[in-house]
Design a binder for this molecule. Structure first.
Ligand code: BES
Ligand code: ZN
Length: 613
C-alpha cells in the first residue's frame, strides 16, 4: 500500500515537473529544494561599495533524498556557511564556489550532511556587483550624501544575495540593514514614511515574491504623501515636483482595482532615483523605482506609473516562470497600463500611446531577427538583458487587444480578472497560460478565436493578420500638417503646434522624413526650440532625427543629455546612431569617456558593447 502511494506521488511530482518549463538561467536545484523565506542582515559600506553580513535561507525539501543546495551568485565573496541542526545549534558546513560563467555567475554549492531547514551564509558583495549602483555625493543632485540602489531584474539579484535567482521560486523576506546615519534605507517591503533616520532599518515583506523583485535603495531621501495610500520618496531637489507630477497615482490604483480586482500589497509608493537609473521604471513591490526623466512638469509621461503599477497584478502577482515567458509579464502589463490610461486620461490619449508604441515596434521589427519577434522567445543562452525588445511589450499588448476586440470587453475583462485571481502569487509559463486561455475563454465562446490563432500569436514570428491597428484622429491631423508643410501648402508659423500634446509632438518628430534639409531643420528648431526641449522624450526623438539628417547644432546639448541621463532606452539609440559614421563614433567615444563613470553597470555594459568592441 505504502509502496503504491510512493509510486503515485512520484508520478504526480513527475507530471508537475513536466508541465512547468525549466529556467536555464539558474544554477539552483529548485526542483529539489526551494527557499521559502530569506532574511538579510547586511551593513552598507559606501567607501568600499559593499553590502556585507549574512543571509538566512529557510528551505522546503521537495526531494527528501537530497541534502545538497545549489545557489546562484555572481562576484560575491563567500566567507562561511552554516546549517541549523535539529537541536538549534549552527553547524559549519562545506561549500564550494564554481568557476564564473559570464552570463550565469558562479554556482555556490552547500553540502550539509542532512536536509537542513535553515542555512546561514556569511558573504559580501563586491564593487563589481551588476545589480547595484553606488553614487558618490558628487554624483547626486544634492552633493552632500551618497546614494545606492539595486536593479535585480532579470538575473542580478545574485550579484548581492546568494539566492535561488529564478522567477519560478517565490519567497517572503525580511532584512536588517545598517547604514551610515545620513541615509534613509528603503526596500521593496512595507516602508514606514515616518521611520527615524538612525542607520538601522528593519523590513519584512510577508508575501512570497521572486528574487528579481527584492530591492534596496539608500540616499538623502525624503517622503511626501500624495494620498492616504500613495506617496513619493525622492531627493529634496525633485520631491515636490514628483509629488505633483504623479498625483494621479491614486486614481490609477482605483481604476485598476475596478477592472482587475483588489490591489494586494498595501501601500503603493514611488521612489525617484538619480538620472543614472538604467530603466524608466522597475516594479519593485510596494515601491516602484522611477527615473527622474519622466518628471516632465505636465504629467505627459505618467503612463510609466500606470505601467509599473499594473505590474502589481501582471508580474508581481502572476509572475513569468522563466525569462522566455517575459511577455506574460510585460505584454499583460503594457495592455493593463493602457487600460488604466484610458480610464484616467481618456480614450484619445490612450490611443495615441498605443499608436506610438506600435510604430516603435514596427520600426524595431525591421531590424530584429524573425526568431526574436516570437513572444515565447528562444533566448539561446544569451543574457536575458540582451534579448530585450519591444516584442514582449507591444506585440504582447497587441495580442491581448486582439482578444479584447474579438471577444468584447464584457467577456474579456472578467477573464483577465479571473486569470489574476486564479494565479495570484504563482509563477506560470506560457504553456500554462495557453491551457488556461483555451479552457476559460476560447472554448467557452467557441468560434471566435481558435487555439491555432492564439498559438500563432505566441509561437510565430512577426505580426499576424488581424493585428489591431490603433487609429488616432489627432495623429491623422498632425500627419496632414506634416504633408502640408512639406509640399509648401502651409508654413511652420501656421502649424497649430502651440496646442499639441507631448504625444502629438512625438508623432510629428518621428514622422518627419529623413530627407529634411538643414534649412528645414533650422527652421523647425528656430520656431520650436526642440534642441533645448526639457521633455526627455521629445529631446530624444529630436536628437535622433538630427543625427539621421546631419543637423549639427544639437551636438553640445546632445553631449549634456548623454552625460546627465543613464536611462538605456533614451541613450542607446543615440549612441547607436552616432556609431554609424566615423565622426559620430569619435564624438560618441569622447562623450562616453565623460559619461561612463556616472552610468549604471548595466548601461556601461550596453554602451561598452556598442562603442568599444
Ligand atoms: N520590468 C521592467 C523593466 C525591466 C524589464 C528590467 C526586463 C529588466 C528586465 C519595467 O516594468 C519596464 O518595463 N519599464 C519600462 C517602462 C515602459 C514600458 C513604460 C522602461 O523602463 O522603459
Ligand atoms: Zn514592465
Amino acid at each position: 500500500m505504502l509502496h503504491r502511494l510512493v509510486i503515485f506521488c512520484a508520478l504526480l511530482l513527475g507530471s508537475f515537473a513536466a508541465s512547468s518549463a525549466t529556467d536555464h538561467y539558474t544554477y539552483a536545484n529548485y526542483q529539489q529544494v526551494t527557499v521559502t523565506h530569506l532574511h538579510l542582515d547586511l551593513s552598507m559600506d559606501f567607501e568600499k561599495k559593499t553590502l556585507s553580513g549574512f543571509a538566512d535561507l529557510q528551505l522546503n525539501w521537495l526531494d527528501k533524498n537530497q541534502t545538497v543546495v545549489h545557489l546562484d551568485t555572481r562576484d560575491l565573496v563567500i566567507d562561511r556557511a552554516y546549517a541549523k541542526a535539529h537541536d538549534g545549534s549552527w553547524q559549519k558546513v562545506a561549500f564550494s564556489l564554481a568557476e564564473r560563467d559570464p552570463v550565469l555567475g558562479s554556482k555556490l554549492t552547500i553540502r550539509p550532511d542532512f536536509a537542513a531547514k535553515t542555512l546561514r551564509i556569511y558573504y559580501s558583495s563586491t564593487p563589481e556587483a551588476s545589480g547595484l549602483q553606488w553614487l558618490t555625493p558628487a554624483q547626486t543632485a544634492g552633493k552632500t550624501t551618497p546614494f545606492m540602489f539595486s536593479q535585480n531584474q532579470a538575473i542580478h539579484a545574485r550579484s548581492w544575495i546568494p539566492i535561488q535567482d529564478t522567477p519560478a521560486v517565490r519567497m517572503a523576506y525580511s532584512a536588517r540593514i545598517q547604514s551610515p546615519e545620513n541615509v534613509l534605507v528603503l526596500m521593496s517591503a512595507p516602508n514606514n514614511p515616518a521611520a527615524a533616520r538612525d542607520g538601522d532599518y528593519q523590513f519584512a515583506m510577508p508575501k512570497p515574491i521572486p528574487a528579481y523583485l527584492i530591492a534596496i535603495a539608500a540616499g538623502d531621501l525624503q517622503f511626501k504623501a500624495m494620498s492616504e495610500q500613495t506617496g513619493v520618496y525622492a531627493e529634496p531637489y525633485i520631491l515636490n515636483a514628483a509629488a505633483s507630477e504623479f498625483t494621479s497615482t491614486q486614481a490609477m490604483i482605483d481604476a485598476t482595482e475596478k477592472l482587475y480586482g483588489e490591489y494586494r500589497w498595501g501601500r503603493y509608493d514611488l521612489l525617484i532615483l538619480p538620472p543614472s537609473f538604467p530603466f524608466g521604471g522597475m516594479e519593485n513591490p510596494v515601491l516602484s523605482f522611477i527615473t527622474p526623466t519622466v518628471v516632465a512638469g505636465d504629467a505627459s509621461l505618467v503612463n510609466l506609473i500606470a505601467h509599473e503599477l499594473a505590474h502589481s497584478w501582471s508580474g508581481n502577482l502572476v509572475t513569468n516562470a522563466t525569462w522566455r515567458d517575459l511577455w506574460l509579464n510585460e505584454g499583460f502589463t503594457s495592455y493593463v497600463e493602457n487600460r488604466i490610461m484610458e480610464q484616467v486620461f481618456g480614450t484619445d490619449r490612450a490611443v495615441m500611446e498605443q499608436a506610438l508604441s506600435v510604430q516603435g515596434l514596427k520600426d524595431e521589427l525591421t531590424e530584429l531577427s524573425p526568431n526574436d519577434s516570437i513572444l515565447h522567445i528562444e533566448l539561446q543562452g544569451r543574457d536575458p538583458d540582451d534579448a530585450f525588445s519591444g516584442v514582449p511589450y507591444t506585440k504582447g499588448q497587441l495580442f491581448l487587444m486582439f482578444l479584447e476586440q474579438q471577444f468584447g470587453r464584457d467577456k474579456f475583462d472578467p477573464f483577465v480578472r479571473q486569470y489574476f485571481a486564479d494565479h495570484a502569487f504563482q509563477s506560470i509559463d506560457t504553456e500554462t497560460f495557453i491551457n488556461y486561455l483555451d479552457k476559460n475563454l476560447l472554448q467557452k465562446h467557441p468560434g471566435v478565436v481558435s487555439l491555432e490563432q492564439a498559438k500563432t500569436w505566441i509561437y510565430q514570428p512577426g505580426l499576424p493578420a488581424g493585428t489591431p491597428q490603433p487609429q488616432s484622429d489627432a495623429f491623422v491631423n498632425v500627419q496632414q500638417h506634416i504633408n502640408n508643410w512639406l509640399n509648401g501648402t502651409t508654413d511652420l508659423a501656421s502649424l497649430p503646434a502651440a496646442g499639441w500634446t507631448v504625444h502629438e509632438w512625438l508623432y510629428f518628430i518621428n514622422n518627419l522624413p529623413l530627407s529634411l534639409s538643414t534649412e528645414q531643420m533650422v527652421a523647425l528648431d528656430n520656431r520650436f526650440t526642440l534642441t533645448t526641449s526639457a521633455n526627455s522624450e521629445i529631446a530624444h526623438a529630436w536628437y535622433l532625427l538630427a543625427l539621421k539628417t546631419g543637423y549639427q547644432p544639437i551636438m553640445p546639448q546632445l553631449q549634456q543629455y548623454l552625460i546627465n541621463i543613464g536611462r538605456r532606452k533614451l541613450i542607446i539609440p543615440l549612441y547607436k546612431q552616432l556609431a554609424t559614421t566615423p565622426e559620430g563614433l569619435a564624438f560618441a567615444k569622447a562623450v562616453y569617456s565623460k559619461a561612463r563613470p556616472g552610468y549604471h553597470p548595466l548601461a556601461q555594459g550596453s554602451v561598452d558593447e556598442l562603442l568599444l568592441k
